[in-house]
Ligand binder design. Sequence first.
Ligand SMILES: Cc1cc2nc3c(=O)[nH]c(=O)nc-3n(C[C@H](O)[C@H](O)[C@H](O)COP(=O)(O)OP(=O)(O)OC[C@H]3O[C@@H](n4cnc5c(N)ncnc54)[C@H](O)[C@@H]3O)c2cc1C
Length: 292
Amino acid sequence: MLDFTYHRPRDLGEACRLLAVYGPAARVLAGGTDLLVALREENRRLAGVNQIIDLADLDNLSYIREDGDELTIGALTTHGEVAASPLVRAYAPLLAEAAGQVGSLQIRNRATIGGNLANASPAADTVPALIALEAVAVLISSQGERRVAAGDLLAGPNRTALAAGEIITALRFSKLPPQAGSAFLKLGRRQALSIARLNIAVILYWDENGRVTAARIVPGATLPVAARVPAAENLLVGSVISEELARRAGEIVGEEMLRLSGRRWSTEYKLPVIAALTRRAILQAAGVKTDE
Ligand SMILES: Cc1cc2nc3c(=O)[nH]c(=O)nc-3n(C[C@H](O)[C@H](O)[C@H](O)COP(=O)(O)OP(=O)(O)OC[C@H]3O[C@@H](n4cnc5c(N)ncnc54)[C@H](O)[C@@H]3O)c2cc1C
């Protein structure tokens, strides 16, 4: 276990002051489900970190709020709370689904949505859903507040574009309208016989004739960082979803994985699986019944 000094600020102002004092030597602690494991393993990403700023007393960062056309989720809201929220289930069902598939019940009761984004794991479950929703992260530091698209916070595998001393306070996004369908699908380790998780978030918007007007397709654990795949999205725009179209979009996601990640030992398995997962998610978001 790495040695550290523990701080428990009473409010956000005090947390920002502590982070400004200790700079890169400090890390904030939310649910601790990633950070405590990394401290215990003496993970090299924590080299030089010796100050832990526990956000446990910042109750006002745990909420789910409806604000006109938007939902705002406090960064310390747990995955369990997100998954069970009637607001999230009604207006962002893919996010409720993603949060409900994180780890076990014990993990979901501790782990937070802000921590999932800030940890920047390529396999994080809520991140593809947040990117598909075009969520914006609200960040605060001793320098003030700024807003950044959730996807733009991912600088690389396990790396964020958070400046030293910045805390994610909330995630905001527009509610999905009735003319939108969405899906989040995940292939867990257990089903995949210990090969890395794959997940995908899809949102489709359509017109009164059922033609897709906009699409968001975001695979996770496939690309170096979760990101939209515009070539697959563009293929769907202007068409009514069919099995064939969904299959082709799945192939494009696979091709994008090859282009950005290159061929690896896992490619042979991942390529057909991400293509099939994408196809299924598109059909599910479009409400197309299949025999599978
Ligand atoms: C057994 C197990 C199973 C898991 N299964 C899954 C899974 O199925 N899917 C999945 O996505 N994840 C999974 N995880 C990973 C983990 O639970 C999630 O990533 C979780 O959301 C992290 O949130 P946390 O609050 O615990 O973060 P912490 O561990 O407290 O923090 C993680 C990182 O984010 C930073 N951080 C946290 N909150 C903020 C904030 N508000 N502002 C700025 N930085 C912040 C911390 O400094 C740290 O670097 C699993 C973990 C374990 C131990």
